[in-house]
Write a protein that binds this ligand. Structure first.
Ligand code: CMP
Length: 140
């Protein structure tokens, strides 16, 4: 076991429904510590750059439009095995396939408006954290 950091985003479908606190409670109950957090409105340039790995997927342009459609809350989560732990508490990308106790099963509207994003590897987590936060903004 090792202490890790991962990037989490509470997406526009969830901020619109005022679910930030409920989602944060699930993250904290899972043993993750929110060591940085800010509510921002992504620009189209930021959303395109953040999801650049999906640029050739059919859902890329819709995903970018969705991510700029309202505020998001970007967060750094810290804890033992934080990357895997966050993915467990988020549940599968498609809420129809997510385990019942997970954030996406409880709150996601559909496979796109799926309430949260979480880094998929430790390597990607480091890059995604740097995308939004300076080291000085992260307060363990
Ligand atoms: P996220 O974990 O942020 O990573 C990529 C996002 O693309 C995903 O969550 C969804 O919001 C969105 N998305 C939309 N359609 C699909 C799809 N068919 N498969 C995977 N991701 C999708």
């Amino acid at each position: 076991m090792s202490k890790e950091r991962t990037l989490s985003i509470i997406k526009p479908d969830a901020t619109r429904r005022n679910l930030t606190g409920k989602i944060n409670a699930l993250l904290e109950e899972a043993g993750l510590r929110i060591v940085a957090q800010k509510r921002i409105r992504l620009t189209p340039e930021q959303a395109k750059a953040f999801y650049i790995v999906h640029k050739d997927r059919p859902f890329y342009h819709e995903l970018v439009s969705f991510m700029v459609s309202g505020p998001v809350v970007v967060q750094v989560l810290e804890g033992e095995n934080a990357v895997a732990k966050n993915r467990d508490v988020m549940g599968a990308t498609d809420p129809a396939k997510a385990e019942p106790h997970t954030i996406r099963a409880q709150f996601a509207e559909n496979i796109e408006a799926n309430s949260v994003h979480g880094s998929d590897s430790l390597e990607n987590a480091a890059g995604e954290i740097r995308f939004f936060f300076s080291e000085a903004e992260i307060v363990p």
